[in-house]
Design a protein around this ligand. Structure first.
Ligand SMILES: Cc1cc2nc3c(=O)[nH]c(=O)nc-3n(C[C@H](O)[C@H](O)[C@H](O)COP(=O)(O)O)c2cc1C
Length: 406
């Protein structure tokens, strides 16, 4: 899954942002991809082939007719081998070439010949980007199935601020993973994920919340996306940015999360609830900031929030998380039965490297059969993939169950 073992042809064109392609090449290689690089002649003015050769340990291609290049033997070899072709940065000039189907260098020729997904990340001066010619070229490419990544608003090499900045490496990689996942095992399925804490207001400046950061749920949403699912993420307050290609509903309170989740799960196939929803909320939300009283103690009345995971019903696979500080398995079994779940991921928040605000998690998977899987400490992305594997297994098991005629 992901980028490991995939061949991503990286095209680099003559933009001032070409130096950023070194980071893209490096991160793709670090993620386990094979990254042959194809540069236009103009790109050589901005960055050298040696940089890419050193980062990727792969050949760098510039000319069709270079006698030392394997393309001189089989000129569409990389077009056939590629799992995806990514052009980052893509100049205005190169976009125009793609529209007209030129093939006067290995990169444009490879894009014409490949059956793999093609992604382009434009980078240029704001006026070049806004020009009707560029806009029309982008629209044409999009209509042919090319994925356009960005560009973003920000500081441009011209000194101006505007549209035309190359998207970040993280965003570019997310698009590549999403493109690779189109035919993944969750293709055609709808996955709903809840994440983060909720905030239950006491007055205009204070609230009751918890230490959830949303990382686990965001990891599940991204993993599902990268396996081809259409993903909706309902999240409480978090500093994490919206994951690329995921529909995000940002809410604050448990009641808002209930509303957003109920409408999101209507046509869901898999629902994974990782959110740390407050069990209680203040009975009264003061309109003005509450003042300190004369006494040394005070009492606040709390009312129970709805149990979201128990409330949502449907034909979907339903997976819950249980963050516990004691009696992990017993609490998880209770949750599994009471809320009629297909799986509980019980999360030992006292284990080192586990729980809130870290990128790893120590999880026990508790199944309705009574089976308990003790997973080792893993990254949250790895935990997410195991959970989705189990969701797929539940769906397969349901599909095998004979339908009893009425
Ligand atoms: C200093 C400098 C920076 C440039 N930066 C960009 C750029 O960011 N985006 C762009 O579309 N063109 C840029 N250009 C223009 C391209 O280099 C030019 O259109 C070139 O023909 C592109 O060739 P290619 O598309 O084959 O790589 C720049 C030119 C110069 C001299």
């Amino acid at each position: 899954m992901g980028l490991k073992g995939k061949t991503i042809v990286l095209g680099v064109t003559g933009s001032i942002a070409a130096y950023k392609a070194a980071d893209v090449a490096s991160k793709l290689a670090q993620a386990g991809a094979t990254v042959p690089v194809m540069m236009t002649r103009a790109a050589l003015e901005f960055i050298t082939p040696l940089t890419f050769r050193s980062l990727t340990h792969q050949q760098v291609y510039v000319d069709w007719y270079d006698a030392g290049s394997d393309l001189a033997i089989q000129h569409v070899a990389l077009a056939n081998q590629a799992d995806a072709v990514l052009v980052a940065p893509a100049t205005a000039d190169f976009l125009a070439k793609l529209v007209y189907g030129f093939a006067d260098d290995p990169l444009s020729g490879t894009i014409l010949a490949t059956q793999a997904p093609v992604l382009v990340a434009p980078a240029m001066d704001g006026h070049m980007y806004d020009h009707p010619a560029t806009q029309q070229n982008l629209a044409t490419l999009r209509s042919r199935g090319v994925t356009i990544i960005g560009p973003e608003q920000g500081h441009l090499a011209s000194g101006l601020t505007g549209m035309g900045r190359l998207s970040s490496t993280e965003t570019i990689l997310a698009y590549v993973k999403m493109a690779l996942g189109r035919s993944g095992d969750l293709a055609g399925l709808r996955v709903v994920v809840s994440a983060g804490p909720t905030e239950e207001p006491m007055d205009p400046v204070r609230h009751i919340s918890n230490r959830s950061t949303g990382r686990m749920g965001f990891a599940v949403a991204e993993a599902a996306r990268d396996r081809g699912a259409t993903v909706t993420l309902v999240t409480g307050p978090t500093v994490l940015p919206d994951p690329v290609g995921v529909k995000v509903a940002r809410i604050r309170t448990a009641l808002q999360m209930l509303d957003a989740t109920q409408s999101a799960v209507r046509d869901a196939d898999i629902v994974v609830m990782t959110a740390a929803v407050a069990d209680y909320r203040p009975a009264i939300q003061a309109e003005q900031k509450m003042k300190k009283g004369p006494g040394d103690t005070t009492v606040m009345e709390l009312v129970k929030n709805p149990d979201i995971i128990a409330t949502i019903q449907g034909d979907f696979v339903k997976i819950g998380f249980a963050a516990e500080s004691e009696d992990l398995i017993r609490n998880a079994r209770t949750k599994l039965a009471e809320k009629r779940l297909d799986l509980v991921a019980a999360n030992d928040i006292t284990a080192p490297g586990s729980g809130f605000a870290v990128d790893t998690n120590k999880v026990l998977l508790v199944h309705p059969s009574g089976e308990v899987e003790d997973l080792p400490l893993m990254t949250k992305a790895e935990v997410a993939d195991v959970i989705l594997d189990r969701a797929v297994a539940v769906r397969q098991q349901r599909a095998r169950q004979p339908v009893v005629a009425g």
